[in-house]
Write a protein that binds this ligand. Structure first.
Ligand code: ASP
Length: 314
């Protein structure tokens, strides 16, 4: 078999600058792969057998397992490294770690790191296609895609829709990737949180980005609401007062004020009783967190196909 040719320009490091056509093609492919994920089948394997290095140097549950599932479903081979138990604990740098794993003959890398810009650094140093699986506060592009996929399926289209993103916007890579994708697809994004975590400066990010510090004032206008966790590991706890839940939590009473059919999303992990009340999380007609997870596998398959050059986007 001839060696697989991959193209480092096919890295997915950010959703910033991806146009509506490219995003829509990825979402369409995600939609068709969703059936494969739900049925437990494997798609016809036209181009299987790539080695994909999964470098997860920061904690992860959903992203890591769903990338691994996506790699398997496409008939490729994951080679997994986590921060714990690796030489990162001996002080090895991200660049050296990635270069060593790449030297084992990987065709692509998936990188999670606490370093903002770390995935781009890996792509540059290794010269092989790299997927950003969350880099510090910067971006989480595959989460942005799976969220857009979930929202599009629930709302029909994102054009003209108002999506609230509520919580720790400042420290959230999920918020940043969603802002790029959702506005490119025609939605308005309203960033909601206390001024310390949702500063006005975010509104300068584009014509369809708004900021609000009053969740109750914007609740009724929402077509969908995405709740975010306070990123304690990024020291965000210091900017949050004890009445956070009362002001910004999706409590049962707030959920009952949402218009009929308005979905609630959360990228996980959920802090129950803080950003999401138990009974809101349990309301599967409204709260789409597990659908997000299922779509995450399909979205990551779609990205892997593109990155590994097995498929063009059209
Ligand atoms: N799982 C998401 C992330 O890695 C969201 C979070 O951790 O709050 O960014």
């Amino acid at each position: 078999m001839p060696p697989r040719m991959t193209d480092p320009n096919r890295s997915l490091l950010t959703l910033r600058g991806l146009d509506a056509g490219t995003l829509t093609a990825l979402l369409d492919r995600t939609e068709s792969l969703l059936g494969v994920v739900q049925s437990g089948a494997h798609p016809p394997q036209v181009d299987a057998g790539a080695m994909v290095g999964l470098l997860f140097l920061e904690n992860s549950t959903r992203t890591r397992c769903s990338f691994e599932a996506a790699v398997h479903r496409l008939g490729h081979h994951p080679v997994s490294l986590t921060g714990q138990g690796s030489s990162v604990g001996k002080g090895e740098s991200l660049s050296d770690t990635a270069a060593n794993i790449a030297a084992m003959g990987m065709q692509a890398l998936v990188v999670r790191t606490s370093l903002s810009g770390g995935a781009a650094q890996v792509a540059r140093i290794t010269g092989i296609p790299t997927i950003n699986a969350g880099d510090g506060r910067h971006e989480h592009p595959t989460q942005g895609l799976l969220d857009a996929s979930t929202l599009r399926a629930s709302l029909g289209s994102l054009e003209g829709k108002r999506i609230l993103i509520v919580g720790d916007i400042l420290n959230s890579r999920v918020a940043r990737s969603n802002m790029h994708a959702l506005t490119a697809l025609g939605a308005t994004v309203v960033l909601v949180g206390p001024p310390s975590l949702a500063p006005w400066t975010f509104a300068e990010g584009g014509p369809r980005i708004e900021v609000s510090h009053d969740l109750d004032a914007v609740l009724e206008s929402a077509d969908a609401v995405m709740m975010l966790r306070i990123q304690l590991e990024r020291d965000a706890g210091r900017s949050v007062s004890s009445d956070y839940r009362a002001a910004f939590g999706m409590t049962s009473s707030r959920a009952s004020q949402l218009r009929e059919g308005v979905p609630v999303l959360h990228p996980g992990p959920i802090n129950r009783g803080v950003e999401l009340d138990d009974d809101v999380a349990a309301d599967i007609a409204r709260c789409l967190v597990l659908e997000q997870v299922t779509r995450g596998v399909a979205a990551r398959m779609a990205i892997l196909e593109w990155v590994l050059n097995s498929r063009e986007l059209n």
